[in-house]
Each structure stands twice: as C-alpha cells, then as structure tokens.
Design a protein around this ligand. Structure first.
Ligand code: BG6
Ligand code: MG
Length: 219
C-alpha cells in the first residue's frame, strides 16, 4: 500500500500561487505587456528561470543576460515582500487535517517543491517540523514534469516510488508524479489537472475514508 505522501507547496499547502502571479504580473506590466491568470497556469510548478523565459516569450522580449538576471532578482524581491507577512492563517483549508491524519498513523511525509523559497515559507506557517524530508528548488537539476524532485523525496523517505502519493496543483507537477510512477492527486480544477489519478478542488473535499483507502492501494 501507499506508504509515503509527498506534498507540493505553492497552491497545495499555501496559496502562494497568487503571490507568484502578482510578482510576475508586475514585471510584465513594467515591461509593457499584460500577463493573465490563464497564462499563469503554465507557471505553476515551473522553475523561476523557466517562468521568466516564458514571460519574455509572451511579451516578445529578447533580453541580454544582464537584464535576465536582474529581472529574476526583481521578481523574487517582489515575491519575498508578498510572503514576508505570511503566517499559519495562510495554510489552505484542511491541510492540517490531512497532515494530522498521516502523522497519527506514522506515515512519512515529504515536501516536493520547485521553489527555492520553500523552507522559509514552511517556517513562517509553522509546518517545517511536520515534514520528514524536504526537497525543493535548491536540490533539483531537472524541473517538473521531470520526476526528479519526487524521486529524491521518495529516496530520502526510503519508500519505493510506486508506494508514494503526490498532491499537486500544477499540470507539470501531476506529470512529474505520473513520470515517477506515483499516485497523482490533483488539487484544483479537474479539467486543467485531468491527467491526475484523482481530483479534488481542495482538501475540504477529501474524506478521511479516501485517505485511508490510499494507504492500501498501489499505483
Ligand atoms: C513553484 C511554483 O512551486 O515554485 C512556481 O508553482 C514557481 O510558480 C516555482 O515559479 C519557483 O519558485 P521560487 O520561489 O523559487 O521562485
Ligand atoms: Mg504548486
């Protein structure tokens, strides 16, 4: 049965996807073009560098290396301002219920995030001690949909990939979980996340009976 659970961070544990969006939108506006919520879907789960490449593509902008590096820094500084005041109230609904359920059963949990800001965010919302392993944007060389981030997490927990369940809000993240041979659970719009094995709008829709059933199935 599934013996470990891996959580994405942005958009799954905390609603930071909106802050990423605002920071990218600000940069786009400064560069003279619009950046929509629909376009932002492609940014979910994707590394900062890749996001900027896509953003510049959208704006039809060719950047020098120097400009590119400066915009990377600028976006992150704006993002850090948004997340500075974060606290536990920004944990998404019923996330503590799910984590509590797993902890009660001694089921190991890991974080599998593309973000280089994952640890400070977990600290701010007081969830850092809950995780048995953390794999983030500082640990990976291949971005989602590559399975690397989840495979490293599984290895750290000493659990076979096919016995891992992944919670994800990004298309690239669901693909990464599927590529890792893990059970993928989409958190968000089921139409957008149609490649997931299971779909929920959020954790409030996920029953403990369903979680229980996951601890005894295989991918
Ligand atoms: C992912 C987000 O979790 O982290 C992406 O879904 C983001 O939108 C990526 O670009 C990288 O985050 P950071 O914090 O390293 O810029
Ligand atoms: Mg995410």
């Amino acid at each position: 049965g599934a013996s470990a659970f891996i959580f994405d961070l942005d958009g799954v544990i905390v609603d930071t996807a909106k802050y990423h969006y605002l920071a990218w939108k600000k940069l786009a506006n400064e560069l003279g073009f619009e950046f929509t919520k629909e376009q932002n879907e492609l940014f979910k789960g994707v590394s900062r560098k890749r996001c900027l490449e896509i953003l510049l593509d959208i704006g039809g902008i060719t950047a020098t290396q120097e400009q590119f590096d400066r915009w990377m820094v600028e976006k992150n500084e704006d993002y850090l301002e948004y997340i500075e005041k974060m606290d536990a109230s920004e944990i998404l609904p019923d996330v503590p219920k799910v984590i509590g359920f797993l902890k009660d059963r001694n089921i190991p949990i890991a974080l599998g995030s593309a973000s280089k800001n994952a640890r400070p965010i977990l600290e701010k919302v007081k969830l850092l001690p809950s995780f048995d392993a953390i794999v983030d944007g500082n640990d990976v060389s291949k971005a989602k949909p590559d399975p690397e981030v989840f495979l490293i997490a599984a290895r750290k927990l000493n659990v076979a990939p096919e016995n891992c369940v992944v919670f994800e809000d990004a298309v690239a993240g669901i693909q990464a979980a599927n590529n890792a041979d893990m059970i993928s659970i989409g958190i968000g719009d089921a139409q957008i996340l149609s490649e997931a094995d299971y779909n929920f709008n959020d954790f409030t829709e996920m029953s403990l009976a369903f979680l229980e059933s996951l601890t005894s199935v295989q991918a």
